[in-house]
Design a protein around this ligand. Sequence first.
Ligand code: DGT
Ligand code: CA
Ligand code: CA
Ligand code: ZN
Length: 575
Amino acid sequence: MENKEIVQLLSETADLMEVAGEDSFRIRSYRNAASIIASHPERICDIVFNPQRKVSDIPGIGKGLSFVLTELCQRGSFERRDQMLAKYPASALELLKIQGLGPKSIALLYEHYGVKTVDDLERICREHKLRELPRMGAKLEEKVLRGIETYRKSAGRFLLNFACRMADELIAEMSALPGVDEVKAAGSLRRGRETIGDVDLLATGSGAAEVLNHLVHHSKTQEVLGQGPNKASVLFGLERLQVDVRALPPENFGAAMQYFTGSKEHNVVLRTDAIRKGFSLNEYGLFTLEGNERVAGESEREIYERLGYEWIPPELRENSGELEAAQNGTLPNLIRREDLRGDLHMHTIASDGKATLREMAEAAAVLGYEYIAITDHSKALAMANGLNEERVVAFAQQVRELNRDGLPLRVFSGLECDILRDGSMDIAEDALAELDLVIGSVHSYFSLETSEMTDRLLRALESPSLKILGHGTGRILLQREGYTYDFERIAARTAERGVAFEINASPERLDLSGPLVRVAKRKGCCFTISTDAHLPKHLQNIRFGVIMARRGWLEASDVLNTKPLPAFEAAIRSR
Ligand code: DGT
Ligand code: CA
Ligand code: CA
Ligand code: ZN
């Protein structure tokens, strides 16, 4: 059993214990153990089965848990988990994923109505039976129904960063096989969608068929869904991510890349236009309708050009104006990762980050940046040890000194200041004025009515210190929808106030989707792209922010942190 599986079984058991209303101390001990094991470098089972070693030697793992872990490694489950599964069905775990329902409500629904599955739950809500239970009401019914909708939409999808990691790993292995010239990702992964249904890989070269065997016999392959001469499809990794791989001759490779990159909507329009122009376009190439003569297929570019289009970057292929722009020669010159010269949103151990200012600065310098801003939380986030006024002022002073004493790059003093329920800033303006850069973020009262949330943000935009509107929607991908407000109105006001809109690159969030970025750009907004890193390695997530910016049609000039240091500094001073 791998550590990942152990972590999953421990967390699930803790979840079920919560449903059962058990002692919170025991529940926490399972959760703690899960998080320790998640970052433990060695396999727990190797330690358990080694007579010279003891799992209880791992810091944080006590006697009790070492028995649990031993039992888990020996038989794949443990007593507590068996007890919980005898009491509640495993499907109760799915119910926990629905926004709006806590463990207590799930227990109540199970006892009163025997609700075991998401379908049961939906029926109870539709029949208005949920509101009859203590402390539940019509409003919760609506909320749960919306939660079910979100849950269904996200079922079977994966975060972009996870799918990228799996794809990058496979592409590296496959590219090294003899006779394989090229392996590339197509599909939603190549278009950079925030979530991915399955990974589509294409390979070419004389030995390309070998990639199919590689995938089918891979140690991480859990199940083979199908294998033919040119295509294999498997469920990969413990998460059972579907990976499709196709082997193609070089003369088809461009056509197949174009076809399998999609989107479907983009392809439908392109294909229809091809027919109008006397061609048929499919995954094998571009052919004349008359005579069926191949005129393109080796590269995407020749296909687009033959049909009268500029080559279209995959992030734009959503049939939302890119085909028209490619015909008129008005495609944007999209921003690239190398255009960014700094990262403007990150945390340190001063609040809930896990590294020091210096460690973050060093990691950022390695990425080639010229500057960063450190933006820890403000005091409203007490759980995150947010800064109060006194600490804010001291921090600004400390950063001035550190810059004088020498840091690997320029550090700006910043703050991710909470926007309170009424739209006021969590920190007094005179303290904020000491800082170089203030981000304002909503971290509470996510479910205000649309108009109330709009007013809240309008008020926040009045703050003279505010430079960046952080997060933008507060969504957590596959889990929680963002808060709602009059986006166009806020975007317009943000532009008027000279405040930048943040494109948050954290892969669980990616708050601003491509379409929202485009709306904000049309309203005249400028942007920042930042990672919200809590660890040095999170700084690398910047690539996902760049993808969102590209999906929002942004050019380097739309993004503040592409400016060289002197121009950037001037921009944040004057605003
Ligand atoms: P996903 O996997 O749900 O995140 O989204 P995609 O876009 O990767 O969709 P997928 O994997 O079903 O197919 C990959 C691409 O292949 C898709 O974007 C367009 C193309 N494609 C696949 N099947 C069809 C089809 O039946 N008709 C058309 N027009 N295109 C297809
Ligand atoms: Ca796909
Ligand atoms: Ca697919
Ligand atoms: Zn943050």
